[in-house]
Design a protein around this ligand. Structure first.
Ligand code: ADP
Ligand code: MG
Length: 630
């Protein structure tokens, strides 16, 4: 009895439809595939037109090299590609498409019309294909390039059609795909129309201009350039200044070898570089382009996935973090103050391994508080800190050494006394030996002047610097507290009358976990059980603050962080405490105190911003001042 065969091959159209499900999920996937083909075809102008968010019609028109009659027909065959010939090519991909699957997939689930012509052909080809069946092929007059129309997507797969989201969502997905391609190819002009309304229209431009054209001028002005080249990876692009941070919707883009990628681990590296500059809950925009040896990344075999695995992930993480941090450190003061970096020597870049050291925090004299302990510091003790401004980055594997000591010294003796026109005011520095290095540096920021009880005004080579005294002190204290937290030891001053804190069960749990950290900061707190805690001692320098409300605030700040790393809890503690303990607006400062504050500020690794991203100082350029008198 002849048994009937159970196994048979699916008809091509069905197989194609199944396979298509992986590649083509929504209008945006069609747009992505077609636009990438246009890029691969060398187009310089690409236009995308959507009708009904792409449900009814998706059209992609390019001025690329077009296809011959045979190629046009072949292009819809599964595994038809002009882009790879042998397996080795898979590891050295320089084009977007490589599987020869996209057009076959699109044609399996839609009605497709393509018009295409090569420059060398007089006439072009028009093909109609629907549900994988070629319906017609004709010769026609048409412009050089290729014009795809994909109509009634999923007309033969109703279940898929139902999966589509609202028009707005589908259009947004399309725009996101276009942005990704457009960011990698500023040399190509892109436009997108939805029902004849123009949504995107960006001309050929430079990389930086492209970002502005896509996301606006404001963002364009908030970016700092990144450019680092190591044996493992080359990273170019830009990152936002701390002020550009936002809670939601920051434009974050990574690309590797010309493709968009998602990389949560590298995202953390970028955010880590901003750790002391912006709130942990916010993000900065970035546009970072990696170039790596293609054999050292896992070629993304799945066309719709954007995650990519790197072989040297940890080393690249370090390089990325250090490079962004260095860029931030450099931008802090360098361009706006007096330090001309134009002709500084480049430091040769090292390879992997020892390449990426995290810049160390400059040391801070943690026992010294010019405001709370009385008495001005000796000039020497703080003044050379100006030299430390870039300690963290100098000699690191990325970037260049920034030297600012020379131009400043060369400028001696500097500005004429400018003490707000006060006659004969006794300079606190008149007894300072002028040619002592440290003293000279100190002198650089010595003619301080307090404005409105809030700003310290000091003269710089390039203009006037205004420092917000409260914010400056927050930055200084924050760094000091962070250092104390990592060293876990600080002196405590006993309270005459211990204060009791009564906490809820969840607060008490957090408090128990934080007791060591509070001790590290100089608090002496004992757990009395039942949610009660006794504050028996507090750190020096916070006299005048109510210990229980301070501890309560710090606890609340830590709880707000949620279940996060120790580091982030430390940041929350340090920030709350720094905010409470910092000198307030309105506090009158002596010239020595102002000088000390500025010196300490510039000993911090990130003097330009508070830990939550507020500007600490502003510079009024000399040009601007001169203009006012012209
Ligand atoms: P892949 O891009 O992976 O090669 P596709 O199915 O996307 O596969 O495209 C198949 C082939 O059709 C491409 O290799 C290319 O030769 C040709 N092709 C597709 N789109 C265009 C276009 N816009 N211009 C010129 N040739 C194209
Ligand atoms: Mg393709």
């Amino acid at each position: 009895m002849a048994s009937e065969d159970l196994i048979h091959l699916l008809p091509d159209s069905v197989a194609n439809q199944i396979a298509a499900g992986e590649v083509i999920q929504r209008p945006a996937s069609v747009v992505k595939e077609l636009v990438e083909n246009s890029v691969d075809a060398g187009a310089t102008v690409i236009q995308v037109r959507l009708v009904d968010a792409g449900r009814t019609n998706i059209q992609v028109i390019d001025n690329g090299k077009g296809m011959s009659e045979t190629d046009a027909r072949m292009s819809f065959e599964r595994h038809a590609t002009s882009k790879i010939k042998n397996p080795a090519d898979l590891f050295a991909l320089h084009t977007f498409g490589f599987r020869g699957e996209a057009l076959a997939s699109i044609a399996a689930v839609a009605q497709v019309e393509v018009r295409t012509r090569r420059a060398e052909d007089e006439l072009g080809t028009v093909i109609h294909i629907a549900a994988s069946r070629i319906e017609s092929q004709e010769v026609e007059m048409c412009p050089v390039g290729t014009n795809f129309q994909v109509k009634n997507l999923f007309f033969n797969v109703p279940a898929r059609r139902k999966f589509l989201k609202s028009d707005q969502t589908e259009v947004n997905n399309v725009l996101a795909e276009i942005e990704r391609v457009a960011l990698v190819h500023p040399e190509i002009a892109f436009s997108v129309f939805r029902n004849d309304v123009e949504l995107i229209n960006v001309p050929q431009a430079t990389s930086r201009q492209r970002i502005q054209h896509l996301f606006g001028k404001k963002l364009g002005q908030e970016l700092l350039s990144v450019d680092v080249d190591t044996t493992l990876v080359k990273i170019t692009g830009c990152v936002g200044v701390p002020e550009s941070a936002r809670k939601k919707g920051a434009h974050c883009f990574f690309f590797v070898n010309g493709r968009y990628m998602r990389h949560p681990y590298f995202h953390k590296a970028v955010m880590e570089a901003y750790a002391h500059l912006i709130p942990a809950t916010e993000q900065v925009p970035y546009f970072l382009y990696f170039t790596v040896d293609p054999s050292r990344i896992d070629v993304n075999i799945h066309p719709t996935k954007t995650e990519i695995k790197f072989e040297d992930e940890q080393a690249i993480w370090q390089i990325l973090m250090a490079s962004v941090r260095e860029v931030l450190g450099r931008s802090n003061a360098a361009p706006s103050i007096d330090f001309d970096v134009a002709d500084c020597p480049d430091i040769p870049v090292l390879g992997s391994g020892n390449a990426a050291l995290t810049p160390p925090m400059p040391t801070v004299d943690s026992s010294y508080n010019p405001f709370k302990q009385g008495g001005a510091p000796s000039h020497k003790s703080v003044s050379t800190r100006w030299n430390d401004l870039y300690k963290g980055v100098e000699g690191s594997h990325v970037g260049r050494e920034i030297r600012f000591d020379e131009p400043m010294e060369a400028d001696l003796p500097w500005d004429e006394p400018t003490r707000g026109g006060l006659p004969d005011e006794q300079s606190p520095l008149s007894d300072t030996p002028l040619f002592d290095d440290a003293a000279a540096m100190h002198d650089k920021c010595s003619d301080c002047y307090q404005y409105k009880g809030r700003y310290i005004v000091t003269s710089m080579k390039s203009g006037l610097m205004l420092v917000d005294q409260h914010r400056a002190h927050v930055r200084i204290l924050y760094q000091r507290y962070m250092a104390q937290l990592s060293e876990q030891r600080s002196a405590s001053q006993g309270l005459l009358f211990p204060e009791m804190l009564t906490l809820s069960a969840s607060q008490a749990m957090m408090m128990e976990q934080l007791l060591d950290d509070f001790a590290g900061l100089g608090f002496d707190i004992s757990n009395m059980g039942g949610g009660s805690f006794a504050i028996q001692g507090v750190p020096g320098g916070i006299e005048g603050l109510n210990p229980s409300s301070l501890v309560g605030d710090m606890l609340a700040g830590a709880i707000e962080q949620g279940n996060v790393s120790k580091e982030e809890v430390h940041r929350a503690l340090a920030l709350t405490m720094a905010r409470s303990a910092a000198i307030v607006v309105g506090q009158v400062l002596s010239p020595d105190e102002m000088t000390a504050l500025i010196d300490e500020l510039f000993a911090c690794d990130m003097p330009a911003y508070t830990p939550d991203g507020k500007k600490v100082f502003a510079i009024i350029e000399e040009n601007d001042i001169e203009k006012r008198f012209s």
